[in-house]
Ligand binder design. Structure first.
Ligand code: ATP
Length: 719
């Protein structure tokens, strides 16, 4: 118990130290209450032996008056003490909440990958209230009770040492259950909190993925998972409560045995004449106060144990190194004047697997620079390094002449805007979301930004226009409108430096083009860094870096890179030849179809016929095109979107083996034979696919047996 108390005390002391005077008066109030309690017990001896038995009215009145005045004073001091305790308690909680929040702001993105939402929210909603319970109220009970135990024991010995020995042994026996059950109580508390934390994480996930859960009819399996967790929660709850009740009840049982022994032995002493009745009653009263003090200690023990476990969980976060903390002496930067430079930068999410390797590049101030590459090449990682979500493991990122780590980012990024792939929106009105980066923008400026991204009309159609409340990450808005609002709020910020990470990649080509030109127009002459896997989207950039496996393999303007006929040129060509209409229908030029290995042997007439057969399929984010093991009869070409290919490993766990995007194709073997699909194909963004069935293709191939044989041969060779 002592170690629990010390740990809690040590953890909350820095907060209490800020209110030393209040703490002093609070302790004085506690001491007063304690003194009055023993004064009341002792007064019994004098009331009986010196006032009632000898019928001395003066002593009787003096004692009664002292008890009355003391009682009134005790009441006033008690109320004052309660007020001070509430204030001190809230001071501790305020400090803890503030420090915990501040800490989450100073931790790098590594922290957010390791901890889930429920883990952090749980620190605020479960652990801080547990510390609140264990805090001053329990601690003050503990202080008073501990002092009371010491003072009471000394007083007992002034009456009768033999009776006092029985009392001391009895008091010691009352601590026994606590000693025996303490470890188990700790263990159950820890397990209980872990289950609650896991449960809230899963609930959080289920709320976010409810569309996928319903789409895949996963309700039953989710319900089973939910019920399994509830059963574990229930079982642990019973164990935890039962052990807590034992911690409280067992000492009371011991106390009643000790009480009976004291009355028995004490009564015998009065028969013997070695003790007066007044002394026995006073002894019993003092022992009663002492016993109740020990019971109080036992009663607060479970709260203190819970508090200690929670305090440890809070400290676990508070003690994490603040790897993204800004140095107080950091250089104040008045903005970027010359350039941003990467100097031989290496970075990986784990030390062993670098994602950016020895990269050097320059982004001149006021220019529009694009980072282009296939999915997974490291574009988003580069942007996150630039925003200092992470620090490089080797090399330096410089803003003008300063290392990014030595620059006061709050100053530098005052006029920075960012648009991520996911249009994150806050639970607030449309207007509040638009004004988030620039709360002082006027109504005209706000509407102009919405107009620039063609969102104004759509916003007016909402039930309350700009005052419509955005619910649950924008669930009540279309994907298009969510994207446009997130872009408009960046436009409103009048940025000197703007990061665009695959902006509007999930929109139709026309919307994407119009949004991009609105963005570029608004940022003319300012620094824009845009990541995209579509060369067409960023072909107007002043400088394009083509990235492959975390390294720059080509750089230059669009015209220069096309002339190189390298990786950029290849990616550009792969994405050409597709047409998407406003209503979502896709088509592909026969010439482009011929570039796919499967169709390369076919003549133009056949390719024309095939391209007429191709059907458009829309696959929503998170949905599967097919699952591993299914028998297929279709091949697919991605006209637009991003898909993940994953295979089950030997342990039956799905592992991502590739990411496919615009211009890629898959499943061609199904056009010629019944073969089980060898992977899962899942949409990472909303995708538009072109599909061709075996039933459509085979009659066409039957007209040319030689070509059909070549197709079979080439497929078998490649598969
Ligand atoms: N938080 C993370 N933890 C671990 N690995 C990550 C994390 N984020 C990205 N990666 C991995 O780092 C590599 C580069 O990812 P990054 O997102 O930077 O690529 P990208 O070119 O932007 O691709 P995309 O357009 O698909 O996002 C990939 O292999 C990816 O799986």
């Amino acid at each position: 118990m002592c170690s629990v108390m010390l740990y809690l005390y040590k953890s909350v002391m820095p907060y209490l130290a800020r209110s030393k005077r209040m703490l002093f008066f609070f302790l004085m109030a506690l001491l007063f209450e304690l003194s009055f309690e023993y004064f009341t017990s002792l007064s019994i001896k004098y009331l009986i032996d010196d006032a009632i038995t000898p019928r001395n009215m003066t002593v009787f009145i003096v004692l009664l008056l002292a008890l009355l005045i003391g009682g009134i004073l005790n009441l006033v001091v008690g109320v004052g003490g309660d007020y001070l305790m509430s204030k001190l308690n809230e001071t501790i909680l305020l400090g803890l909440r503030k420090d915990l929040y501040d800490k989450t702001q100073k931790l790098s993105a590594h922290f957010y990958s390791k901890y889930r939402v429920g883990d952090i929210v749980g620190r605020f909603t479960i652990d801080i209230p547990a510390v609140e319970h264990a805090n001053l109220q329990s601690l003050s009970i503990l202080i008073v009770s501990a002092l009371s135990t010491v003072v009471g024991t000394i007083l007992l010995f002034t009456f009768d040492w033999k009776l006092s020995l029985i009392a001391v042994v009895g008091i010691a026996a009352m601590f026994l259950p606590q000693k025996l059950l303490n470890k188990k109580a700790h263990h159950y508390n820890e397990e209980y909190l872990e289950v609650v934390e896991k449960f809230s994480n899963n609930m959080n996930e289920e709320m976010k993925t409810y569309k996928i859960i319903r789409g895949f009819r996963l309700q039953e399996s989710m319900k089973r998972r939910f019920e399994k967790q509830l059963r574990t929660w229930f079982a642990l709850g019973v164990k935890k409560s039962f052990i807590h009740s034992n911690l409280e009840r067992l000492p009371i049982m011991v106390l009643s045995v000790v009480n009976a022994s004291i009355l028995g032995v004490g009564g015998y002493f009065t028969f013997q004449g070695t003790m007066t009745v007044g002394e026995l009653l006073a002894f019993y009263s003092v022992f009663d106060t002492l016993g109740l003090a020990v019971i109080s200690i036992m009663e607060v023990a479970p709260d203190l144990i819970e508090g200690e476990v929670s305090m440890k969980r809070i400290n676990e976060v508070l003690e994490l190194p603040s790897d993204m903390e800004e140095d107080e002496d950091a250089e104040k930067s008045g903005g970027m004047k010359k350039q941003i430079a990467f100097e031989e930068v290496t970075f990986g999410y784990s030390e062993a697997a670098p994602v950016i390797r020895d990269m050097s590049l320059t982004i001149p101030a006021g220019s529009y620079v694009a980072l282009v590459g296939n999915s997974g090449s490291g574009k988003s990682t580069l942007i996150q390094l630039l925003m200092r979500f992470y620090d490089p493991q080797r090399g330096t990122i410089r803003i003008d002449d300063h290392d990014l780590r030595d620059v006061r980012l709050s100053e530098l990024f005052k006029r920075t805007g960012v648009i991520f792939q996911e249009p994150y929106l806050f639970h607030a009105t449309v207007r509040d979301n638009l004004l988030i980066g620039n709360p002082d923008a006027s109504e005209e400026e706000t509407v102009a930004a919405a107009r620039a991204v063609e969102a104004h009309e759509a916003i007016l159609q909402l039930p309350e226009g700009y005052d419509t409340w955005i619910e649950n990450d924008g669930a009540n808005l279309s994907v298009h409108l969510r994207n446009r609002i997130s872009i408009a709020r960046t436009l409103l910020r009048a940025n000197e430096l703007t990061f665009l990470d695959e902006v509007a990649a999930s929109l139709d080509p026309e919307s994407e083009a119009s949004l991009n030109s609105a963005l570029i127009q608004a940022h003319k002459g300012k620094t824009v860094i845009a990541a995209s896997h579509r060369p067409k989207t960023v072909s107007q950039a002043d400088l394009i870096y083509f990235i492959e496996k975390g390294q720059i393999v080509e750089e230059g303007s669009h015209v220069e890179l096309m002339a190189l006929q390298g990786a950029y040129y290849e990616l550009w060509n792969k994405q050409q030849g597709f047409h998407l209409s406003q209503d979502g229908e896709a088509s592909i030029d026969p010439v482009r179809l011929k570039q796919l290995p499967f169709f390369s042997y076919m003549d133009n007439t056949l390719l024309n016929e095939i391209s007429g057969f191709l059907a458009t399929e829309q696959i929503r984010t998170g949905h599967y095109v097919f699952r591993q093991g299914e028998t297929g009869n279709k091949m697919y070409i991605i006209a637009r979107g991003k898909m993940e290919v994953s295979k089950l490993n030997e342990e039956g766990i799905a592992q991502v083996v590739a990411v496919l995007q615009d211009g890629d194709h898959f499943g061609e073997i199904a056009l010629l034979m019944d073969a089980p699909r060898n992977a899962d194909l899942k949409a990472l963004t909303d995708c538009t696919l072109l599909s061709l069935t075996r039933k459509q293709l085979l009659p066409l191939l039957d007209r040319n047996e030689e070509m059909k044989a070549r197709l079979y041969r080439s497929l078998i060779e490649r598969s």
